[in-house]
Design a binder for this molecule. Sequence first.
Ligand SMILES: [Zn+2]
Length: 294
Amino acid sequence: MFNNLIGNNKIKNNLIQILNSNQLFHTYMFIGTKGIGKSEFAKEFAKGILCNSNEQKPCLKCKSCLELENNNHPDYYYIGLEEENSIKIEAIRKMQAKVQELPIVSKKKVYIIDDSEYMTKEAQNSLLKTIEEPPEFVVIILITSDENKILNTIQSRCLKIYFQNISDDEIKDYLKEKHGVKNISENEIIACNGSIGKAIQIKEQKDNYIILENIFSNIEKYTLPEALIKLEILYKDKENINEMLDYINVILLNKAKENINYINYIDIVEKVKRKLNSNCNYDMTIDYLIYNIW
Ligand SMILES: [Zn+2]
């Protein structure tokens, strides 16, 4: 169990122990940085809870394990972010409408609420009722990267499990072994910030990150026209602009160790982020970034 998941070995052992002892809590809260595998842990844990085998769980052979693998398990419910980046009361009500119904395939039912800090106040208050008196066969797993946004009355009824960030070495090993990435720069590792999700994203856009690294760690060597040509990606790849700006900051921060002037450039990048968030003209904002740094 958990063989495919990286890091957090203590938690792996704890969850396996919980499954073996059959002493399940009704509500768990998985807490930790985005992208460190909390959702994958929760799904694997759910698989173990729902498995019908009397021996090693999950057995990967029983009806429950197979149906979960095919995303077709009637006793497994996943609630995630909806439009407008929130989880509204309707989603919670939909869950509650069936929460009292007995499980069909397994002995338990598992509800996962991912990014649960995005539940609206109404949604949280509504969920509270279920958490206060859950049917005995129900297990709820709340996943969050910011527990403070969740009502205290909910928090106090959860068994909290804190996930650690993945270590730099674990990330390097993961990228090497699973994705064959050999050269990982110091800046890339810093940008991962202990998140496998981030590491995958950086791997997928490696070409862009190499360009950013070349330019922003050697700003003095480029003329403005050269920089504008090379930094075309900033204009083109609007979807990933926030990630690229974060990465530019990592590069600048690293350079600032040698030359304190680089700190000023970080202010410019932060200003650009704010401008983009407030819907300023995109191309003009990128112009602003490049012209000001040069
Ligand atoms: Zn099974």
